[in-house]
Design a protein around this ligand. Structure first.
Ligand code: SF4
Ligand code: SF4
Ligand code: SF4
Length: 288
């Protein structure tokens, strides 16, 4: 084999290696099929009235603590280990008189960065769409929070695990296409649930119906997410976190984290060894 042929072979092999985990898991035909059978959640902030019923329904279904005052209209709340979805009133920085209610929760990324960095594989992207934390496996290291482009998973200081919205995965297979609790509770149809291709069509239809000026968050952010949000304007104008479109190879980050951990541990071990050797020598001399 000549040098050029060898180079092409090597390139081809590397390409195959890069795609191997995905194709091994799904198969090229399986990917299209998986998309059709995956669920998605649509949030239409343009018609949301900020009633926060979605927040209370989430808490009821998931047995989360209700904190004092958090359900009062227009009181700003943050995601916590007990608040898996928050509704806040946002002001458009380009037009201070325009406001909108946001409904923020885990975006259920197609390739979740949180799952990629978890050192104990406690986070899984289910074929049905939800990204779920196995709290029995979670060691509370909070790498997922660091890696999440939307800063969603939050640490529970009592339970010592990280928690977040799981798209009510325990309702979907169990009760045969039952909607997530928040979606079922919304009185105005601002939340919608169904298979992902249908969710995309519905989001685009709503935007088009209103003259096409709204923005659909989740089509490209973080490489695409299974929660889509129709916003009246761009997320940055509303002060929302703007996730990069590029899918970061979080497995690389894991290697980096592991590598830096190993390096850190080696440096520490080396310093301790040197320190022990020096003090040991000094102690020996002292005793002499
Ligand atoms: S939004 Fe964050 S926590 Fe949710 S799936 Fe994506 S990376 Fe994970
Ligand atoms: S999908 Fe379920 S867990 Fe997620 S915010 Fe809605 S009610 Fe809460
Ligand atoms: S229940 Fe519906 S209308 Fe009420 S705050 Fe939630 S998304 Fe908005």
């Amino acid at each position: 084999m000549n040098k050029r042929a060898k180079r092409i072979c090597r390139r081809h092999f590397l390409k195959l290696l890069a795609g191997a985990p995905v194709y091994a898991a799904l198969g090229s035909v399986g990917i299209a099929h998986a998309e059709k059978r995956r669920y998605g959640k649509l949030v239409d902030t343009v018609i949301c009235i900020g009633c926060k019923r979605c927040m209370s329904a989430c808490k009821r279904w998931n047995g989360l603590n209700v904190e004092r005052d958090e359900l009062i209209t227009d009181r700003e709340t943050d995601l916590t280990a007990n608040n898996w979805v928050v509704v806040n009133l946002l002001i458009d920085s380009k037009n201070r008189t325009a406001t909108t209610y946001s409904h923020l929760a885990c975006q259920h990324c197609i390739r979740p960065a949180c799952a990629g960095v978890c050192p104990v594989k406690a986070i899984t992207k289910l074929p049905e769409g939800p990204v779920v934390i196995n709290e029995k496996k979670c060691i509370g290291c909070r790498y997922c929070f660091q890696a999440c482009p939307f800063k969603v998973p939050r640490f529970d200081f009592e339970k010592r695990v990280t928690r977040k919205c799981h798209m009510c995965y325990d309702r979907i297979p169990l009760l045969n296409y039952m909607k997530p609790a928040c979606v079922a509770a919304c009185p105005v149809g601002a939340l919608h649930f169904g298979y992902k291709p249908g969710i995309i069509i519905e989001a685009k239809r709503r935007v088009q119906q209103r003259g096409g000026s709204s923005y659909i968050m989740g089509l490209t952010e973080a490489g695409g997410t299974d929660m889509l949000t129709i916003l009246p304007t761009r997320p940055q104008d509303l002060g929302l976190v703007v996730a990069s479109e590029k899918v970061i190879n979080q497995n690389l980050d894991k290697i980096r984290i592991t590598a830096s951990g190993i390096m850190g541990a080696s440096v520490l071990a080396g310093s301790m060894y040197t320190y022990a050797a020096l003090t040991g020598e000094k102690n020996t001399k002292d005793h002499d």
